[in-house]
Every structure is written in C-alpha cells, then in structure tokens.
Write a protein that binds this ligand. Structure first.
Ligand code: ANZ
Length: 987
C-alpha cells in the first residue's frame, strides 16, 4: 500500500544525496553570489542529539536549500566542538581514552544529523580535536603571542584607511632605550609583558577533591564544584592570559553595524562594561602639611604621571564630583601597596584578612547582600582637593583587577561604601543634594571636617551629628560641602573637576571596562597543547623565559597517555606526559620543557567558521582568496546561551587576525539569530515530592506496568507513590502547580520546563524520526512558533504536521493503487485562474516568509494550498510541481520522492525556485460599493483594475442603482477606482 511512509522514503534520499555528493561544493572558488550559512557546531556529548539542535539546524537548512534554488553558492557544513571536560571525566572514571569516547559520540551525532536530511557539505566536516585542525588553533595562538600591545602606540588599520587610534596591537614593538641597554634578557621580559598572549599569576578555582582546577563556569554560586559539589579554593597560579581588554573599545563599539538581536548586543556591551570617570591620586607620602604642599607643587610641574609613583594611591572613580565626600580609602587586599602601608600593630590582622579574602571568588566578594568586612591598615592618605587626611582600609569588596584596585570611599553616595561605613563606624559626609538650595543643607562643613581627626577616625569613633542618612544617596543632584564647587549640577561638576585635576596634575579623565583579560589556561589533558617551550637552566629549573614552537614543528600533538587521574596538585595532567614529549634541547643548546597547561574549550570554536571555507588546506589556516570570497558569515544561528562568551571570544580572535592582515573583514558574523529554547512538554514535567525532588512521570510509570499505588516506590527518591496517572479529575490546581487530589504531598507541575534528564522531560529526536519521520520532526520544529521564541514540545503537534504531510502525499499519490503512482486527479491540463492564483499566492508568501525566517507562517500557507487543492477533482500538474519545490526546503525527502514521481530524473536541490507572477495573484473581478449621497445602496462587479469610465458606466447601468436614481438629478459622480462610486443627487 503506497501510504506516506517516511521510513521508506527518507533513507532512500539520504543515500542518494550521499552517493551523488549533492551538496558538496567544488574546492575552487565558484562564480557568482555566495551565501555562508552557519550553525553553532555542537559539542558531541554522550547523550546524543537533543531536539533543541534540529531547531536551529532545520532553520538554516531551509535557508540553504532555498538559496541554492535561487542560484546562490551556499557554504553550509558541520563539525564538532570536541575537546572538553565530559570526555576527560569519563576517562578518569573508566580509563577510556577521551579520543575513543569522543569519536564514538561524533559517529552517533553524525548518524543522527544525517537521519534528519540536512544539506551539509559533509566533505568539509572536521573536529576541533583533529591535529590537522588544532595545528592552526596553535598557529593562531602564536599570532597572539607574537602581537604586542602598547597603549601609547598610534595605530592605523591594515587597510590603511581605517583609523583605529591609540593603543592598538602591533607586530613590531618599539623597545625603549633604557630597556635595550639592559641587554637581551631585559628586552625579552619587556616584550613578554606586552604580548597579547602573556603569562600572569592569577587566582584559579582549585578543587582539592577533584584534584583539578575548575573554570568559573564549573563553580556554583556557592563556591562549590558543579560536579560533585565539593569545596573550591582560590589559588594563585601561573596562567596564560589573552589580552582581550586591548580590544574592549572595538568589541563594544563595532557591534553597531552588525545585524544582531538588540538583546545580544546589549549583553555584550554590558559584559564589556565601558564606564567613564576619572583617575585621581591621593598622597600617601609624609602626612604633614609641608609634605602635601611640596607634593602638590611638584605635580603642578610634572603633570599627572602615566603610572603612579610610590607616594600616591591612584583610584578610579565614576563620580569625581564626590571627591569632597571621600572619608576613607579602600584597597583591594591584593593591592601591591598594602605591605608598605600596614602599620606594625595592624600586621597580624591584615595578614589574616588577606588570607581569608584569597579564598573567596570575585562574585562572593562583590555581592551586595554580603556583610561587609575589612581591616584598617594603620595608615592615612591625603585627599588632593582639600588636604583632608583619611584612613586607608583594606576590604574585599574592592577587586584588584578592576580600575586601579583602590577606591576613594564616599559612603554618603555609594551603597557599598555606606554599608561599610556603617559597619565600621566611619564618617559619612554628604556632598550631593537633590536640590540646589544650599540653605537646606544639613551640616556646616567646617565643623564637620574638624571632627575628622586621624585618631578618632581610626578608632571608628566619629559620629557626625545631623548627618544620619538612612541610605546612600546615589542619584545626581547639586554639590554641597564641596568648597568653591558648591551648587554645581553633577553633570557640569564631573567634567569640570576632571579638567581642574588634570590641570594641577592630580588626576585625569579615564575610561574603564569591566571586561577582564581572558584566563586561557586549563589543567586538562583533553585540550589543545600550547605551542610554547619554557627554557630551563642547567639544573632543569625554569628560567622564566619562554619561546614559541617553530612553525615547522606544528602541530604539537597531544602525547599518548593511559593514566588520566588528576595529579592531585594544581599541576596540569600533561605534566605526567612521557619525558620525550616533555623535554627537548634546542639547536642553541638550551634545555626546554613544554608548557603543560592546555587551552580551554573556547579556543577551538573561536575560528572554526574560517576553516569551513578551506578545511583541507595544509599550507595556511585559510586561503586568502577563499576567505575573501566566503567571509563574513551571512547568517549564524544558535542558542542564546552563547550570546556573550563564544561570540565575544571569536570576535576578538577575528579582530586580531584582521589587524595582522590575515583576514579582510573586521567582524566574523554579519547576521545573528538566536533560536528559542524548546521546553519539555508540560505533561512530561513530572512530579515533585515534598522535598522538592523532581520525579519524572515517565520514570514513575516505567517503574511498574500497572497503575501505581501507595505500595509502589518512586524510582528516583524511594518515596512511596500514590496513584499518579495524569487524569484531570485527579489533579487540583494550586497556584502555578497542580497537586494530586488524593495526595497533596505530590505536586504535579504542569508548566513547560527546559528539557533535562533529571526532570525526565527530554525528547529524543531518534524516537520521533522512527515514529513519524525526519520531515515531520523538521516541519514540527518549524511550525511550533516563531524561531526566536521559547516554546513547549507537544506530541499532538507532531501528529498534526505528520497528518499534513500525509495529505500532501495523497494530493499527488494514488493511495489505493498497489504501487506508487500519481493520483488520477493529477492531470496534464492548464490550470484555471483560481488554481493559478492560489499557486502564485503561495509562492509569494513562502518565499517572503523564508527570507524573514518566518517558517511557521510559510508552513501555514502550504497547508492552505494543500487543503484547497485536495478539494479539487482536477489537479493540474502545473501547480503541483511548483508546490513540491516550495515544500522541498522544509520536507526535502518527501519533496524529492514526489518530484521523482513526476518523472524527473535528477534531484530538485538545484531546480530554480518558482517565480511568482504578480498578475496571476490579482482577482479578475472586484466588487465595488455604489453610494447614493454617501450611503451604500448597491454593489457592482467590475474587472480588476477597471478605470473611472468603466466604473461609472457599469454603476449607471446597474438595475438597482437605476432604481435609486430614478427621478433624481445627478449633480456629481465621484469615482475612486477599485474602491467606490458615489452619486451626489438632488430631488
Ligand atoms: C567614588 C564613588 C562615589 C563611586 C560614588 C561611586 C559612587 P563602575 O561604574 O562599575 O565602573 N570602584 C572602582 N574600582 C573598584 C574596584 N577595584 N573594586 C570595587 N569597586 C571599585 O564602578 C566604578 C565605581 O566603583 C567607582 O566609582 C568606585 O566607586 C568603585 F558616589 O568612586 B566610585
């Protein structure tokens, strides 16, 4: 029986596309227009494909299939982001090499993706774990290593037109004379300190129980490991860092011209966190009036130095207008001046505090809700504007990595400072008021400032009467208690004081970015080895000097290892590698040891889109001509979870390559779309026991074949389960939740949630393919709703599109015949006007909808077509064939099968997309209302597009109209073609 049988049709066409290499691009650059459509390539996890993957992948597949039919050259391919933690964790548990696990998972992903009929050029497939690929990841790292950043350097873009300004990366670093004169080793140190890839002692998350260092993403908000929930400590370790901050300005500003969702642009800008303010120096030299005066005089001469001398603390503030309200200073516990400033009697307290702070993450430290902690250093600084001496504290709410690592604290106007001042009884001085009416200000500043004697402040015993603010006043307003600036509006005061400070050499305007340099080291085996040697002295001790692995020696292939157990120290796993891998002697006789850190998983995904355009090139990471033709990516679709890091990191690498003249576009991804999340079906959300554990309904049902009762135990929790069949009368709605009527202890949650194994609401695409077919899965995922929206899965929805495909099949195929043949109503006759109209309307709508990525509406239009044509006894082939072409991007297997049935011998993949004819869409006749003195009295039928005369004659001759005109005098006839005829009459 030739019913619609996806399981017969789909493997047949998948084999056909494979054998005929239907979607394979030639290696050479084609002629004509290009379209580069990219999916975010997956991490091949052991769980296999998730229904979220085919959502974006179907969308891009439709765009690609449509573009090919429109005659464009389409680059569309797939690969694997296959380094990563899970394969390594599996290796630790089972001893299986991560490569084995990874390859197995890749095979499974490839099989699953092929079963969905995506039109990838599979000849371009690669994995980030292939040495042929990571050879170039290492090469790009060396470009970063070989590029210097000097904030003083004027720079012009590689196209020599694009003026990029100061502080841009340079390939040749000018070496200052004094460095040069110190000899080669000083020069090398100077260079190392200016590289885009540099080494730095940075705090890492060290997890003793797992014996490994964790990435920030692997640490929970509670400061424990995501895996296993073990405590995580902060440790200082030598790390590779990438100087992404050198690109902060461009990464923020150059988002402007991209066709990306506003929300993603906002997230990126926010992450980069550009803020405008000022740097100000507070004097910490001899705390006498003479000392301070001398310092100020000297500054008037020298101006504001590039880097602060040891007699000052430099702060970064976004509110220089609050300078008069600074009542104490705070240094980050790690600030280099702390040792110098700590007085003898405060030493123990300071040391203890620094140790404690080192154990906390930045997130913990800056959490507003956390109780403020800190210690007085025993020293004082002088406020440059008023000579006031204020105590210097250390506290962990100030981060060493932001601004200058030191702040002037203005408790009256900053919430964190306010809480801190309250906790330690430090003075609070209001310097901004909401009104310019200075009479209403509360304090006499003279009297107030007099109360701030050093000792009292240090003891925290100063109470300022009349100034009991309940909370920090963080808004802008007008200056008070600010000397000659009193009464100035904040907006005017900020630039004014910055300029005044600059003139006196005490401060200057400054920009800051929240973005931090990118910590690029991991301590794992399953990552790209760094192409770096450490030089050793005769005893085998590292000298601190590094050198790049020679180009000819790339790739640095991962050593073969069998033991994947963590070292148990913060030493990377690669330090267990065989000696022959680890050590070498250079041509110049220097003993070398390999870098044993590995790169983070982000590295491989930073540039894969470039390699897809030239995946087999063994000479270069990409042929410049191919880069020039294919880049940038025209459409990039993927999950919103990559809105910040992946996109930011790849933009950064791309810009470095651009600056080095290796690529020709400043941005990699022109248009970006985030697909919405597919949530679990509400009916699969499952059950929650009174402890809040989720128990999937599937699990509950699977556990027993019979109806559950109190004697059965819920699989995951061991709790007894009462009857849990989801019958409407058994559940009661309680707020957002439903509870089982006969056992309110079990909550039935009917909302749609993100699919997760623990909730048991995961749908496996394989099951849908075997039950309904890939075309149904594809169509359903596109029909669920707008691409960008989150939407819940529904089995009945799948059933609905499956029935539509069955109808489309029956519209063309004779289901009652013994073999597959055309339906008798399919005839070689010319279509009538109605039939042409519906065809052309569908062509127009589907084409426009695909361009707008509005796939759900396109599918509706095809459903309408199918319903209309199925009702016809005679179905001209001339409207069915184009319909099959419209359906092809969405349900390609079914479309190919029908196309073949129509007698075509080649694939429809490159068949021209049907053209729609505007004239065919127009209805032939239209109905036009006829008014007598503005009231509709009749309707007339006129040919579409009829002119004024025709309308007027037809109306005048219409019987009904004549009956109204009878005996009346026509004064005027108003005709609006296509719209109305109005007779103005008298009598
Ligand atoms: C004085 C002041 C007064 C501030 C006031 C704010 C309000 P954004 O906008 O995020 O750039 N700050 C500077 N460096 C810091 C560090 N290393 N750790 C913690 N806080 C730091 O924040 C800039 C403001 O955050 C700066 O402006 C500084 O406090 C604080 F009414 O200076 B402000």
């Amino acid at each position: 029986m030739p019913r619609y049988d996806a399981n017969r049709i789909e493997p047949k066409w998948q084999a056909f596309w494979d054998q005929n290499a239907t979607f394979q691009l030639p290696d050479e650059i084609p002629e004509g227009e290009k379209k580069y459509v990219l999916d975010m390539f997956p991490y091949p996890s052991g769980d296999g494909l998730h229904v979220g993957h085919p959502e974006g992948y179907t969308a891009t597949d439709i765009v690609c299939r449509h573009a090919r039919m429109k005659g464009q050259n389409v680059l569309h391919t797939m690969g694997w982001d296959s380094f990563g933690l899970p394969a390594e964790q599996h290796a630790i548990k089972t001893g299986t090499h991560p490569r084995v696990t990874t390859n197995k998972n890749i095979d499974n992903f490839r099989r699953q993706l092929k079963s969905l009929g995506f039109s990838y050029d599979w000849s371009r497939e690669f994995a980030t774990t292939d040495p042929d690929y990571y050879r170039w990841t290492q090469w790009i790292f060396l470009q970063l290593f070989d590029t210097w950043y000097d904030p003083e350097h004027e720079w012009t873009g590689p196209d020599s037109k694009q003026r990029i300004g100061k502080g841009r990366p340079i390939a040749e670093l000018p070496i200052p004379n004094d460095v040069q004169s110190e000899g080669e080793s000083a020069v090398r140190k100077y260079q190392d300190a200016h590289r885009l890839a540099y080494q730095h002692e940075a705090p890492v998350n060290w997890c003793p129980a797992l014996g490994t260092v964790l990435a920030n993403e692997e640490v929970t908000a509670e400061g424990r490991s995501e895996r296993g929930d073990h405590p995580v400590e902060r440790r200082q370790l030598r790390q590779w860092m990438l100087r992404i901050t050198a690109y902060a300005e461009r990464l923020s500003e150059e988002l402007e011209d991209l066709d990306w969702p506003d929300s993603v642009k906002a997230l990126q800008r926010n992450w980069i966190g550009k803020s405008l303010g000022a740097e100000v120096d507070f004097y910490i030299g001899s705390q006498t009036e003479d000392g301070f005066t001398a310092w100020k005089q000297q500054r008037e001469q020298t101006g504001f130095p590039k880097s602060p001398d040891t007699d000052v603390l430099r702060v970064y503030t976004t509110r220089p207008d609050t300078l008069y309200g600074a009542t104490y200073m705070v240094l980050a516990p790690e600030h280099p001046a702390v040792d110098r400033l700590t007085s003898k009697d405060q030493q123990t307290a300071v040391e203890e505090y620094r140790r404690m702070a080192g154990l906390k993450s930045d997130l913990d430290r800056t959490d507003l809700a956390k109780e403020k902690t800190g210690v007085f250093t025993g020293s004082y600084a002088t406020n440059p504007v008023n000579g006031q001496q204020i105590p210097i504290w250390i506290a962990d709410y100030v981060l060493v990595s932001y601004g200058t690592g030191a702040i002037m604290a203005v408790p009256a106007h900053d919430e964190r400072d306010f809480e801190f001042a309250k906790a330690f009884d430090l003075p609070i001085l209001q310097v901004v008021a909401s009104t310019s009416d200075t009479d209403s200000t509360i304090a006499d500043d003279k009297q107030l400032l007099d109360t701030l004697t050093m000792n009292e402040a240090a003891e925290g015993s100063v109470h300022v009467p009349g100034l009991e603010l309940d909370e920090a006043f963080t808004e802008t307003g007008y200056a008070i208690n600010s000397g000659t600036y009193d009464g100035m509006a904040t907006e005017d005061f900020k630039p004014k004081i910055a300029a005044d400070l600059q003139e006196k050499g005490l401060g200057k305007e400054a920009v800051n970015y929240r973005l931090r340099d990118w910590l690029f080291s991991r301590q794992r085996y399953w990552g790209e080895p760094f192409p770096i040697w450490h030089e050793l002295d005769a005893d085998g001790t590292p000298t601190g000097m590094v050198r790049a692995v020679e180009d000819a020696e790339l790739p640095v292939v991962l050593p073969e290892m069998e033991d994947f157990q963590p070292t148990g120290t913060p030493d990377p796993l690669l330090s267990k590698a065989p000696e022959e891998w680890l050590y070498q002697t250079a041509d110049d006789g220097v003993k070398l040891k390999r870098e044993t850190n590995s790169m983070p998983q982000w590295a491989g995904s930073c540039w894969y889109y470039l390699r897809f355009a030239d995946p087999k090139n063994s000479e270069r990471f990409i042929d410049p001509a191919k880069e020039n033709y294919w880049l940038p990516v025209d459409l990039y679709i993927g999950g919103a979870e990559h809105a910040v890091l992946h996109l930011l990191y790849s933009r950064f690498w791309h810009k470095v390559l651009f600056d080095r003249g290796e690529v020709t576009t400043p941005e990699p991804f022109q248009k970006l779309v985030n697909q919405g999340m597919i949530l679990g079906a509400p009916e699969l959300s499952g059950f929650q026991d009174t402890d809040g554990n989720w128990v999937s309904s599937k699990k509950v049902r699977e556990n027993t074949n019979e109806e559950l009762d109190a004697t059965h135990v819920i699989a995951d929790t061991g709790e007894p389960a009462t009857a849990v069949k989801l019958e409407a009368e058994q559940v009661e709605k309680k707020g957002e939740n439903f509870v089982l009527a006969d056992d309110p202890k079990i909550v039935v949650d009917s909302r749609a949630y993100k699919m997760s194994k623990s909730r048991g609401n995961v749908i496996n695409p394989d099951d849908i393919v075997s039950q309904y077919g890939a075309d149904s899965l594809r169509l359903y995922e596109m029909f669920m709703g707008p691409l960008e929206q989150n939407k819940p899965w529904s089995m009945s929805g799948v059933d609905g599109v499956y029935r539509f495909l069955g109808r489309a099949w029956r519209m063309i195929v004779d289901e009652r015949a013994d073999e597959v043949k055309l339906n008798a109503s399919v005839q070689d006759i010319p279509p009538n006007e109605d039939q042409e109209r519906i065809l052309h309307k569908t062509i127009q709508a589907v084409g426009e909808d695909i361009e707008r990525l509005s796939f759900n509406t396109a599918i509706s239009r095809m459903m309408e077509f199918t319903n209309a044509v199925t009702a016809m006894d005679q179905r001209p082939r001339a409207i069915l064939e184009p319909f099959v072409l419209l359906l092809a991007p969405f349900a390609p297997h079914l479309a190919e099968e029908l196309w073949e049935l129509f007698g075509h011998e080649t694939s429809l993949a490159y068949e021209p997309w049907p053209e729609f004819d505007e004239s065919k869409i127009r209805e032939d006749t239209v109905e036009v209302p006829v008014q007598i003195n503005g009231k509709v009295k009749a309707k007339i039928q006129v040919p579409n597009g009829a002119d004024k005369t025709t309308l007027e004659t037809t109306a005048t001759q219409d019987e009904t109209v004549q009956s109204f005109l009878d005996g009346k005098q026509i004064i005027k006839i108003i005709v609006v073609p296509g719209r109305l005829v109005n007779f103005v009459v008298k009598g």
